[in-house]
Design a protein. Structure first.
Length: 265
């Protein structure tokens, strides 16, 4: 069972020391090391920390974690987002899926389709859809970024500009009230800006942990995006700003008819 006072103490120590060790926390909190490991796993899934050998560290705001680490953060939320986003898709559509754990969750849902045209800069998404579906998959050129198997760079950008897509599904690093949608690095920000100009619908996929974060690069203002798909209703102040920018907000619990209307289909 979750012990909130213990979690709060772990977060307090981590905030103060920037790093925590399993053995030291177990002694301090008078619990087993296995209990502490479960607590750290729980906190990592919520994006609070990053587990390392023997303990955990604070995530660095200007540096995105490797794909393997990100895949452990809010996995159920990403599945819900993928399921919801897939309801916007119809057979025969042309789609772009950029790299990320949330777009990868969507790709798993797209294996039930057979006549999509999918362009992606993710080696993982291309491999999944090629091996597990009959959809037509095109992989962009580019330099391979090892921490997330993404293809990036000017060749990626030039290739993506050649097409017009029904929907571009994009991940994002952060959702900030003042700066809008933000990323950790410039290459994905440049690609997402360009994709938003080459599609009928630009769609951002973001779990609830992205709201209120602020990262390094200003990628897109809210007004440049048609739809935001998320895992929980955003905080009220975000809803107000997004609606003012005419962004449709989709999340589990919105009635199916409303989802169809808001997605523009």
């Amino acid at each position: 069972m979750i012990n909130q006072p213990r979690l709060d103490e772990i977060k307090r120590v981590l905030s103060s020391d920037k790093r925590v060790r399993v053995t030291e926390l177990a002694q301090r909190l008078v619990v087993s090391e296995e209990t502490i490991r479960r607590d750290l796993k729980y906190l990592e899934e919520r994006g609070v920390l990053r587990r390392v050998h023997g303990g955990a560290i604070l995530p660095v705001a200007s540096e995105e974690q490797p794909l393997q680490i990100r895949s452990r953060i809010k996995p159920r939320a990403k599945v819900r987002i993928g399921q919801l986003a897939s309801e916007m898709v119809e057979e025969g559509m042309a789609l772009f899926l950029d790299t990320g754990t949330t777009t990868l969750a969507l790709a798993h849902q797209l294996t039930r389709f057979a006549r999509l045209k999918v362009v992606t800069n993710s080696l993982d998404i291309a491999s999944l859809l090629t091996q597990q579906s009959d959809n037509a998959v095109t992989l962009t050129p580019g330099c391979v970024r090892r921490n997330d198997n993404a293809l990036i760079g000017p060749h990626t950008l030039a290739f993506a500009q050649q097409f017009h897509y029904d929907i571009c599904f994009m991940g994002i690093g952060a959702v900030d009230l003042q700066n809008g949608f933000m990323d950790y690095e410039e290459p994905e920000a440049l690609l997402r800006r360009e994709l938003s100009r080459h599609c009928r619908q630009s769609v951002i996929l973001a779990d609830e942990g992205k709201f209120g974060l602020r990262t390094f690069v200003n990628t897109l203002p809210f007004s440049a995006v048609d739809t935001l798909v998320t895992s929980l209703p955003p905080p009220a102040r975000f809803i107000a700003s997004l609606e003012k920018a005419h962004v449709n907000i989709l999340y589990p619990g919105v009635a199916a008819d409303d989802r169809k209307r808001l997605s523009g289909l």
